[in-house]
Design a protein around this ligand. Structure first.
Ligand code: ARG
Length: 472
C-alpha cells in the first residue's frame, strides 16, 4: 500500500485522495467555475483574512499561522493585481486556487485556513460581499441619473409638449413634468436597492458545509470585520439562500423596464416624424448603407438589453426552484446571470446619466405638436362646468364643437365666440361662454391651470424638483 499523499502538496484538487482516477477532462471543464468566479478574488481574500483572524482570536490557529496567512495573502493580492497569478482549471474555482497558492507560499498555515469552514459558506459570503460592493456602486450611478433628470426638468419646467394617451395627443403638459415622471420611477428603484441591501447584509460564514462547525467560532467578530450588520440565523439557509441574487435581479428588471420606457420615448422623439429632441453624435451611430441616417443606438440597445436582464431574473428563479436543502452544485450557476445583470445595469445607468444632460430639446416643435388633436378640449369642458353646467353635459357640448371643427378642418381657437357657442349647442345660453375662454384654450393656459401637487403647471414642476433635490 502506498503512503497517503496530501493532495494540496502535489496535485491540484483539494478533494482528490478519495478518488481512484483523475477527473475526466471534459467533466473538469464542465464543473469548474474559475472561468468566471475570478471576479471574487478580492472579496474571497477579505473573507479568508477575517476568518483567519477570528480563528486566531479564538485560539483555533496560532498567532504565527495568522501572520503567515496574512503575509501569503498580501503576496497573492499583488500577484492577482499585477496579472501574474496563474489560475488553474484543475483547481476548479477561485477558492481552491487561492488556497492552493497560499499553501505553496506559506506551507502548513495555508492548510489550516479552511478550519471550521466550507466552500459552501465561503462562496455564499463572497457572493454577498461582491454584490454589496456592486450595489453601492450602482446606488451612486443611479443617483447621478436622478440628478441629471432633475437638472433637465428644471431647465424645461415651462417647456410645453403634448402629453399622450394611446400614443395620441391627449393634453398639453410640460417637458419638465414628463421627465419628473421618470425621476419618480428611478427614485422607487433607488429605494428598492436600499431595501434589498439591508436584507442581505448578513454573514453566512460559520454555517460550514450546512450543519455548522464543532470549533468555538465567533461569527459576530467575522461579521464586524467584514461590515455585515449581523449573521444568518440558520446554517442550512445560510448556505442555500440565493434570495438576494433574485431580489437584485428583480430590482434590475424593474429598473431596466423603466429605462426601456424612457428609451422608447427617446427613439420616438428623435425620429423625424416627432423631431422633439436631438442627441449628440457620440450617442448615435450611422448606417453602413444610408448616408443620411443617424440612429439612436444607445436607447435602442438599452431597450434590447432589458430582455437580457429579465432573462437573468428568470434564470435565477428557475435555478432555485425545487432545490432541496442545503447546498447543491446547481448554485454555481448563480454567478453568471448575477454578473450579467450587475454589469448591464451599471453600464446602462452610466451611459444614461452621461447622455441625459445633453438631450437637445426642440421646444418650438414640441409646442406646435401640443396644439394638435384638440388637446385643450378638456379645458373647455372644465370651463363650462365652472359656469354651472354638469360635467357630462359639458363633455357632450365640447364633443359637438370638436366634431364641427373636424368637419371644417380647424382648431377650437379658430372659431369666433358666436361660432363656438353655436358649435357647442349653447347659442341659447350665451352666459356660459365668454371671451375669456380663448386664453384658457391655449396650451399655455391649459398647463398653467393644473395647479396642484403632482400637476403639470410649471410652478408645480419646480416644487416637485425641489422635493426631489431634498430627497437626493
Ligand atoms: N464553485 C462553487 C460554487 O460556485 C463553490 C462551492 C463548492 N461547493 C461544493 N460543495 N462543491 O458554488
Amino acid at each position: 500500500m502506498s503512503s497517503p499523499k496530501n493532495s494540496l502538496d502535489n496535485k491540484a484538487q483539494a478533494w482528490s485522495a478519495r478518488f481512484n482516477e483523475p477527473v475526466d477532462e471534459l467533466v473538469q471543464r464542465y464543473t469548474a467555475s474559475i472561468g468566471f468566479d475570478q471576479r471574487f478574488a478580492m472579496v474571497d481574500i477579505a473573507g479568508s483574512l477575517a476568518h483567519a483572524q477570528m480563528l486566531a482570536t479564538q485560539k483555533i490557529i496560532s498567532a504565527q499561522d495568522l501572520a503567515d496567512i496574512e503575509k501569503g495573502m498580501a503576496q497573492i493580492k499583488s500577484e492577482i493585481e499585477s496579472g501574474q497569478f496563474v489560475w488553474q482549471l484543475a483547481l476548479e474555482d477561485v477558492h481552491l486556487n487561492i488556497e492552493a497558492r497560499l499553501t505553496a507560499l506559506v506551507g502548513d498555515a495555508g492548510k489550516r485556513l479552511h478550519t471550521g469552514r466550507s466552500r459552501n459558506d465561503q462562496v455564499a459570503t463572497d457572493l454577498r460581499l461582491w454584490l454589496r460592493a456592486s450595489v453601492d456602486e450602482i446606488a451612486i450611478t443611479l443617483q447621478a441619473l436622478r440628478s441629471a433628470l432633475l437638472d433637465l426638468a428644471e431647465k424645461h419646467a415651462g417647456t410645453i409638449m403634448p402629453g399622450h394617451t394611446h400614443l395620441q395627443v391627449a393634453q398639453p403638459i410640460t417637458f419638465g413634468h414628463h421627465l419628473m415622471a421618470y425621476f419618480e420611477m428611478f427614485s422607487r428603484d433607488a429605494s428598492r436597492l436600499t431595501d434589498l441591501r439591508a436584507r442581505f447584509n448578513r454573514l453566512p460564514l460559520g454555517a460550514a458545509a450546512l450543519a455548522g462547525t464543532t470549533y468555538p467560532i465567533d461569527q459576530e467578530q467575522v461579521a464586524k470585520t467584514l461590515g455585515f450588520d449581523g449573521i444568518c440565523n440558520n446554517s442550512l439557509d445560510a448556505v442555500s439562500d440565493r434570495d438576494f441574487a433574485i431580489e437584485f435581479c428583480a430590482f434590475a428588471s424593474i429598473l431596466m423596464m423603466h429605462v426601456s420606457r424612457l428609451s422608447e420615448e427617446l427613439v420616438l422623439w428623435l425620429s423625424p416624424r416627432f423631431g422633439f429632441i436631438d442627441l449628440p453624435d457620440r450617442f448615435c451611430t450611422g448606417s453602413s448603407i444610408m448616408p443620411q441616417k443617424k440612429n439612436p443606438d444607445v436607447p435602442e440597445l438599452a431597450r434590447g438589453k432589458t430582455g437580457r436582464v429579465y432573462g437573468d431574473l428568470i434564470s435565477l428563479l428557475t435555478l432555485m426552484k425545487s432545490q432541496p436543502l442545503a447546498y447543491n452544485k446547481d448554485n454555481q450557476e448563480d454567478k453568471e446571470p448575477l454578473f450579467d445583470a450587475v454589469d448591464t445595469v451599471q453600464d446602462t445607468l452610466r451611459i444614461f446619466a452621461d447622455m441625459i444632460p445633453h438631450i437637445e430639446v426642440k421646444a418650438d416643435v414640441m409646442k406646435v405638436a401640443a396644439q394638435e388633436g384638440f388637446s385643450t378640449a378638456t379645458d373647455l369642458a372644465d370651463y363650462l362646468v365652472k359656469k354651472g353646467l354638469a360635467f357630462r353635459d359639458a363633455h357632450e357640448a365640447v364633443a359637438h364643437a370638436v366634431k364641427a371643427c373636424v368637419g371644417r378642418n380647424c382648431m377650437l381657437t379658430d372659431l369666433s365666440l358666436s361660432e363656438l357657442r353655436f358649435a357647442c349647442g349653447l347659442d341659447n345660453r350665451p352666459e356660459l361662454i365668454g371671451d375669456d375662454v380663448f386664453t384658457l384654450l391655449t396650451v399655455d393656459g391649459s398647463v398653467q391651470s393644473r395647479q396642484h401637487a403632482g400637476g403639470t403647471a410649471p410652478s408645480q414642476v419646480l416644487a416637485a424638483i425641489k422635493r426631489g433635490r431634498a430627497d437626493l
